[in-house]
Design a protein. Sequence first.
Lengths: 344, 344
Amino acid sequence: MVTLAEVARHAGVSASTVSYVLSGKRPISDPTRRRVRASIEQLGYQPHAGARALASSRSRIIALMVPLRTDMYVPVMLEIAVAVATAARAHGYDVLLLTGEEGPSALRRVTGSGLAEAVILMDVQLDDERLPLLRAAGPPAVLVGLPADPEGLNCVDLDFAAAGALCVEHLADLGHREIAVIGESPGVYARHTGFAERTLRGLRDGAAERGVRLLHRPCEGGHDAVAGVLARILDERPGVTAFVVQNETAVEPLLTLLRRTGRAVPEDVSVVAVCAGQVAAQASVPLSSVAIPAQELGRSAVERLVAGLSRPEGADTARVELLTPALTVRDSSGPPPPPAGVGS
Amino acid sequence: MVTLAEVARHAGVSASTVSYVLSGKRPISDPTRRRVRASIEQLGYQPHAGARALASSRSRIIALMVPLRTDMYVPVMLEIAVAVATAARAHGYDVLLLTGEEGPSALRRVTGSGLAEAVILMDVQLDDERLPLLRAAGPPAVLVGLPADPEGLNCVDLDFAAAGALCVEHLADLGHREIAVIGESPGVYARHTGFAERTLRGLRDGAAERGVRLLHRPCEGGHDAVAGVLARILDERPGVTAFVVQNETAVEPLLTLLRRTGRAVPEDVSVVAVCAGQVAAQASVPLSSVAIPAQELGRSAVERLVAGLSRPEGADTARVELLTPALTVRDSSGPPPPPAGVGS
DNA sequence: CTCGCCCGTCGAAGCGCTTCGATCTTCTTG
DNA sequence: CAAGAAGATCGAAGCGCTTCGACGGGCGAG
């Protein structure tokens, strides 16, 4: 392994000079810099990460905690994770992968040992057990998601309430008066995962404002579960003319079931989804949908973290950033069919 | 931050003693050990990761390189990644997340800087550009996947050839004589991703052995793409009575399309998949399938790495491990319909 | 022409930990 | 009963890097 000292010797300068060339924290004359750079190149020098972290007490590592549950749509999670990794690299950081499993203790571990200088948390619950740790002078952190009380925390998320409202508005504009919502797994609500509840609130508020009837049902993924939920909905509210789906694994089963029971989309019923853009676009009927901006979320989380890390200490930037949702109209939403008995 | 020295002072011993208590590399008397442990506990001491890595030249970090392509089924990737993280933690290692984007240079970086002591590579291609680096006295590495020439490399993967053969055998046993394969995206084959090609070979060999006609067509995900491919297959080979699908995003569209064109599964056509178990189980017709053992793959990769790392240097364990596939019979496969004209 | 200043560079002191003798006991054994 | 073995602990020397204060030489100003 090549060390700083060897580079220094090779370039005929002192170790500190090489260090300053690398960090740019002090001016180095052009010829010297060139010489050092050449030596670095020639010897294939790579600074030792541990030594660096020790001397500077900055590891240049961000810990990313991803849930390991499987009842939520996974591709979005991976997409965010990859976006985080990519954005982090762009700022010279690496990403440490933590699973939600370990909870707060994992945060303490990587943070207390100086392994990671900051953390990004995904799948934040309304009353997350990791929050106290972060508020109590914990490490710099950004949550992807919004807890019940974001006070003193740095959060980024899609404005799911607005997303919900957007869906209702779109359908109300088309003339729908009775809407059913097929939601995430019951487990997601039971855990009080913020985004699910916020979407629901947005849907309800929107419905109230537009005088639309709304029925919400959580739903497991998979064909059979959706079949059950759908049957109950249609039984309870035969007048439903539109669905809002917030559960990627329910999308295709729903379309299949509607088709099978003779309901054409969008002629007989409209469907709007809140889900990964790709899922909506590739569905058997391309769905009008509000996409979850995974890339954007990951990128934004990193940027805020990095901004905070390089800011002159103490300047607390705890703030909530809610991305504005956008509804993409595809083929699955249209006006409701004319009321029965009134021929077209 | 609490340091080793403070713990030592608090416990009334020398720093080295504390270190030996922690590492167990020298015998420490019971009372002393107890005292040191108590001090550690009381002060909330956490060893500094960087200092440790510097002094011992072991970072206890494994780098995991995940692809960031989206044309392959993502949940399996995440599942493997999470399994790797979990298994690594069980052995006292942490996992650094690398995206495939950066290629060999990322490996050189994390490895050359001592950030990671070993790497796990996912989405390995037959002629992967990262391989030369690994063979040339690179860092300890395990590939999840199988390149064209695994010589000198440590690989774990599902035996996709056997998986392919298994599918054909199952269908042949049921009496099918003409099978169509709906494969991964053309891009996957163009990249020469090992698993896709190996599955295909297994399918072809199996078909040859059993005297079954086989037609293979790559296929993008999404409804429309599947529709196109399916139409062409049915046109070209009207006698097809069974499908093997190796493309998670094609599964549901295929079932939808078969249904819509009046083909009942499994009465008229059988469908067998090679995909994530959950996808097969939750499909609108639960699919007979060969599952991809994501957990197992991740775990195994870590175990081999850890075994190698703690082995007395030089004992090269380059070896290929192919997991034996298992076919789970669900509702989507049955005997072919009786030949036309011959009433049942 | 000389003083003081700034620019560019160097030396040395750590950062917190591991590890290798060395030291001091306490046993064991011939 | 002395000599050596074995056990328990200590001290010190780094690991490779950052960073702070110091230093020397060239320059403009007085």
